[in-house]
Design a protein around this ligand. Structure first.
Ligand SMILES: [Fe+2]
Ligand SMILES: [Fe+2]
Length: 488
């Protein structure tokens, strides 16, 4: 695990390895993303647009000054600036996914900036990218954009064709595969839920493939995928949440010994558990502050909306039935004190009981519009164990604690050595849960530690004393630590 920039060979011109830093690449991408958003939302004369264009110009000119070129490319769900693949972080994730999505929509693979364009040229380019082109094939859409630039005498850009998915990317490390699995699942979920929201009938094929990828990887090693669940995104909360719930549910299912076939069913049900949210107004989903009683009732409707959406989606096979049950029951609680109201007594299905636990865990540990200060993973685990009113299955909670440890992956801890560390994996089989595997973040004097070595807290010195012991958990935000930096 390392916090330095990850690099994968890009489709075309490579600049010198050391020429562009991750930070420069990120500046250009974010400036481009802000300009895209501003031009989509406001007229050209608006101060937001002007400010965004000045920032974009600044970022591009400084890149051209240091490297002699600037290009933004996208392959699959990855974005490259001058050959540097943007690392997926909380603050870059929205930009990466929006720019990749926009390129895909426009049928292009990249933009090569030939000279430093002025603001008007950028507006022409971005407006062409944003223009709807219904009924056109990918190649035709690209031709459309090129023609638009020619018509307006803009010659600062070269528009490149889309590159085929991830085939061009080098077969990477296992961490690389983990990222791909996560990103592909995310894009399948985004597609599916957007289709439902738009009233289109989506295909389940991609989602099933995504679940298959998650199950395959969890069967080999669950640590790295669980690490990915620490990646949070404010704007795309529902999609990221669905993928996280799927990963955690499959990992928990494996822990209690479900077969691979059962894990596939469970994973799909978990991925689709909140599909009903696609039918809830965005204003309610993203409302800041408390929901009114009426609004809360509407939100609760995502459970039965989910059942209806799944009926339309997958008919009445046994697998579809299991997904519907989870969509319906995941907020119900064991004693039926949750929602939706049920008249007759019923026992929650095993899949619903699993999803209730991992859903609650991911929701409580995520930053959302109405939850700016999420709980620490360790506190959530403790609450699940000690608070019977949450209506969770105690046996499964114990299994989940076994999976995550009492200090789940992503928890920042203070050690008795006065060092600060990050939990990167649960304790090894048979070892106490209070002794997970960690990576040091700060030494005893508070200096950042760049050592990426994973340490095991069960290690002892020659006198049989533990070398390090966790004293307490720490607030990552307060210490300025971006956990996903170290885990994704
Ligand atoms: Fe839900
Ligand atoms: Fe949920």
């Amino acid at each position: 695990m390392t916090s330095t920039g990850s690099r994968t060979p890009p489709p075309r011109p490579m600049v010198q390895e050391s020429a562009v830093t991750q930070l420069e690449a990120r500046n250009v991408l974010q400036a481009f993303h802000r300009a895209l958003r501003a031009i989509r939302l406001y007229p050209r004369e608006n101060t937001m647009v002007k400010a965004a264009l000045v920032a974009l110009d600044g970022a591009v000119v400084s890149l051209i000054a240091s490297t002699g070129q600037c290009d933004i490319r996208s392959v699959g769900d990855y974005v490259f600036v001058c050959g540097i693949r943007l690392r997926i972080q909380l603050d870059t994730y929205a930009a990466i996914s929006h720019v990749a999505g926009r390129f895909r929509h426009a049928g292009i693979g990249g933009i090569l900036v030939l000279s430093a364009p002025d603001g008007a040229a950028w507006v022409t380019l971005i407006s062409a990218l944003l223009a709807p082109t219904p009924g056109l094939q990918s190649d035709e859409r690209r031709a459309h954009i090129t023609a638009q630039l020619e018509r307006e005498n803009v010659s600062d850009f070269k528009i490149e064709p889309a590159v085929d998915e991830l085939a061009d990317l080098e077969e990477g490390s296992s961490q690389e595969r983990t990222r791909q699995t996560f990103m592909q699942s995310l894009s399948a979920t985004r597609q599916l839920m957007t289709d439902v929201r738009m009233g289109r009938t989506p295909a389940l094929r991609q989602a099933k493939r995504a679940v298959q990828g998650i199950v395959d990887q969890i069967m080999i090693d669950d640590t790295s995928l669980i690490g990915m669940t620490t990646l949070r995104d404010f704007d795309e909360y529902t999609f990221v949440h669905s993928v996280n719930v799927c990963i955690l549910a499959v990992a928990l299912g494996r822990r209690i010994g479900l077969s691979k076939l059962q894990l596939l069913d469970l994973g799909l049900a978990a991925l689709l558990h909140d599909i009903g949210k696609s039918r809830i107004p965005i204003e309610i989903l993203n409302k800041r502050g408390q929901l009114s009683e009426d609004e809360f009732r509407v939100l609760q409707g995502h459970t039965w909306h989910g059942v209806l959406a799944l009926f339309a989606l997958s008919g009445s096979t046994a697998r579809a039935w299991r997904s519907m049950t989870v969509a319906y029951e995941h907020h119900l609680r064991l004693d039926r004190s949750g929602y939706p109201r049920t008249v007759r007594s019923r026992e929650l299905s095993l899949f619903s009981r699993i999803v209730s636990i991992v859903d609650g865990f991911d929701a409580a540990t995520s930053t959302r519009v109405y939850q700016p200060n999420p709980w620490s993973p360790a506190d959530v685990i403790r609450g699940m164990r000690d608070n019977p009113r949450l209506g969770l299955d105690p046996v499964l909670v114990r299994a989940f604690t076994g999976l995550m440890g009492i200090y789940p992956i992503g928890t920042v801890v203070l050690l008795d050595s006065h060092e600060i560390a990050l939990v990167v994996a649960a304790s090894r089989e048979g070892q106490p849960p209070s002794r997970p595997q960690i990576r040091l973040l700060f030494d005893e004097r508070g200096n950042p530690s760049y050592e990426a070595t994973v340490l095991d807290l069960t290690e002892k010195d020659s006198s049989g004393q533990h070398l390090r012991t966790i004293v307490r958990t720490e607030d990552a935000d307060r210490l300025g630590i971006q956990v996903s930096d170290y885990l994704t």
